[in-house]
Design a protein around this ligand. Structure first.
Ligand code: SF4
Length: 625
């Protein structure tokens, strides 16, 4: 059966909307990229992109917006209350529970906040001439669900002939099936990335001279096609070279309309790749990729842009928008081409401030190229400091690899904003013991952020719950507090809950949590003072070296290494196996080298794992090493 719709002719204009709560200081890459692609493919189509969340941030204040947008449940409750006012009490409870740790939000009057949001949202709807548009597209990612549904409901009520289209990571594959039944205001869902399906759909609408039917288009899910048994269709670009740089004009125009004291220099989001190369099929592994991760449901495989394209794009965007902060939104930067890309970015000669996500096994030379190009902050896929647990997570890395890259970031002055996952289902006392032991060695480095495991729809753990000791999976109960019961029972939401060893895990990981908090406190205190000094450093005297360990209490410790001891310590600035050390220093016998290495490990000056050794001190003057 073909889809029926009432088409407005002529079809000349579309509107794309990004609802709260993405980070306010960045334009939406989703609608920015879609806009530029549609303009390229359909030059006579007019596309307006509304980064409406920025207006909300300006209205309620940037600090308050940030505090809400940092937590999914805080974000989803605000528009949840506007969508379902009958559930206000339940929704308020969720909000205040989540706000407990946030001084900025604890004392807020929820009704005042929602009223303020309602007013600015209604003004937005009121000020747009919706009759001009043939289609309204909503990009729905994490934290944007209730806000997008609110707008769709309100707009559709007033303009029933406007086609409403949803896309984004929130609903993919079979999760789109029951959407139309539960939210009849949605006309079409896009499964996977939007560029090809949406441009083909719009092209059909533009060229069709009559009301009514459209043929099936891959990636376009309609109420009719959703009912069919066959897998939901999907269509993505073979190559990212078809993309042109995102168009952020609408975001910057909105920002410039604010009072001078409310403007700022935004960060420009960019993408080099889509998908994750670590998720490739692996032999003997049921589901590829990290066990907890559901970040790549909307993509098939891994695609990355050519280095020349990336460099042209970053140059173009920063020149056009006159800002130098760029965040690479990739789930994972490409391994093979990153060095070339960042070498070329460096040659542009601009003082960039870059952010990107990388894996722990990123080679040192790639990290060097990133730093030279202006990489200021990285999120490394650390997740655990126990090799035993990393295996369960299917990270494909080891604790010593994690510690090595943490050390290199510290040495290079790159902020490492990575996570440590607690409460992973199936983790045990041995994982915790290993983590506690290894934590003693990373205290000189930037602390990891505590993240409690949450079950993502479609992640390998969700797909194979029994493997992780999980007895049942279901929607997170907070959705039941927000949505009517029929929706809660029918829709598979992104955040899932489970029955398993939750209570046991909480108890198990308590000492780690305590140690992580102490780590952050001591790191912050040791870095107080006018000059940033690393905690564990060495100065080299060519045939001797002095290592300094800063301590919170008591005198700082110093150690002197001479001759071969110094040479071994320098050799182990990258992790080295015992065999490699012995090969490199043939004049030193095993019975002499082992006690030395053991002493260095006991003093927490080196880390050891499975006969691999890593020196932990970083050069006091990194430029001299
Ligand atoms: S966590 Fe990162 S590396 Fe792991 S599967 Fe997800 S995107 Fe890939």
């Amino acid at each position: 059966m073909q889809m029926q719709f009432k088409q407005k002719l002529p079809f000349e204009k579309v509107i794309l909307i990004s609802a709260p709560w993405p980070l306010y200081n960045r334009p939406s890459i989703q609608i920015g990229t879609l806009k530029s692609y549609l303009k390229k493919e359909l030059p006579d189509l007019k596309v307006d992109a509304h980064h409406f969340y920025l207006k909300v941030a300006e209205t309620i204040g940037y600090r308050r917006y940030r505090a809400i947008s940092e937590r999914t449940w805080l974000a989803e409750t605000v528009y949840g209350a506007l969508l379902y006012p009958k559930h206000l009490e339940n929704i308020k409870n969720i909000f205040y529970k989540q706000a407990a740790g946030k001084p900025l939000l604890r004392k807020i009057v929820f009704e005042t906040l929602t009223k303020q949001i309602q007013e600015v949202s209604e003004a937005f709807i009121h000020n747009i001439d919706w009759e001009k548009y043939g289609l309204a597209g909503f990009s729905i990612c994490l934290c944007q669900l209730t806000a997008s549904l609110y707008f769709i409901k309100k707009i559709k009520k007033q303009f029933p002939n406007l086609l409403t289209v949803v896309g984004g990571s929130m609903f993919t594959g079979n999760a789109t099936r029951n959407l139309f039944e539960m939210f009849p205001e949605i006309d079409i869902a896009i499964n996977g990335e939007g560029e090809l399906p949406l441009s083909r759909f719009i092209s059909h609408l533009k060229n069709s001279m009559s009301d009514g039917e459209i043929p099936p288009i891959q990636g376009i899910v309609t109420p009719e096609s959703a009912k069919k048994e066959a897998p939901v269709s999907f269509l993505q670009m073979n190559e990212l070279s078809d993309l042109v740089p995102p168009d952020y004009d609408d975001y910057f125009e909105l920002l410039q309309s604010f009072e001078p004291e409310k403007t700022f220099f935004p960060t420009l989001p960019m993408e080099i790749s889509r998908g994750c190369w670590w998720r490739r099929k692996q032999e003997g592994v049921k589901s590829a990729g990290c066990a907890f991760c559901n970040l790549n449901l909307q993509w098939d495989g891994y695609r990355s842009k050519d280095p020349a394209q990336v460099v042209l794009e970053i140059d173009h965007l920063t020149t056009k928008y006159k800002t130098l902060s760029v965040a690479f939104m990739d789930n994972l930067l490409p391994l093979k081409t990153s060095r070339d890309i960042f070498n070329r970015i460096e040659r542009l000669g601009k003082d960039f401030r870059l952010f990107g996500e990388i894996r722990a096994n990123t080679p040192g030379r790639v990290l060097d190229a990133m730093q030279a190009a202006g990489m200021h902050e990285v999120q490394i896929g650390i997740e655990a400091l126990s090799t035993r647990l990393l295996k369960k997570l299917n990270k494909g890395t080891t604790a010593i690899q994690n510690i090595e890259i943490m050390k290199h970031c510290e040495m290079m002055g790159i902020t490492n904003s990575s996570n440590l996952i607690l409460h992973f289902p199936g983790s045990d006392q041995k994982d915790v013991d290993e983590t506690l032991r290894n934590l003693d060695f990373v205290l000189p480095f930037h602390p990891l952020k505590i993240v409690h495991f949450w079950l993502g729809f479609g992640s390998p753990v969700w797909q194979n719950p029994a493997t992780f000791g999980i007895k049942a999976v279901f929607n997170h109960r907070n959705y039941a507090g927000i949505f009517p019961v029929n929706i809660f029972k029918t829709i598979r939401f992104m955040i899932q809950a489970y029955r398993g060893d939750i209570g046991h895990q909480k108890k198990l990981w308590q000492p780690v949590k305590k140690k992580l908090k102490a780590w952050k406190k001591s790191y912050d205190e040791l870095h107080q003072g006018p000059r940033h000094e690393n905690i564990l450093t060495f100065r080299d005297g060519k045939n001797f070296m002095i290592i300094r360990q800063k301590r919170l209490e008591g005198q700082h410790l110093t150690h002197r290494l001479e001759g071969t001891s110094r040479a071994i310590y320098l050799f182990c600035r990258h992790r080295r196996s015992l065999k490699k050390i012995l090969d490199r220093f043939p004049s030193v016998t095993l019975d002499r080298i082992e006690p030395f290495l053991k002493m260095m490990v006991d003093k927490k000056l080196m880390f050891e794992e499975n006969d691999n050794y890593l020196s932990l001190a970083v050069p006091d003057n990194p430029h001299a090493s």
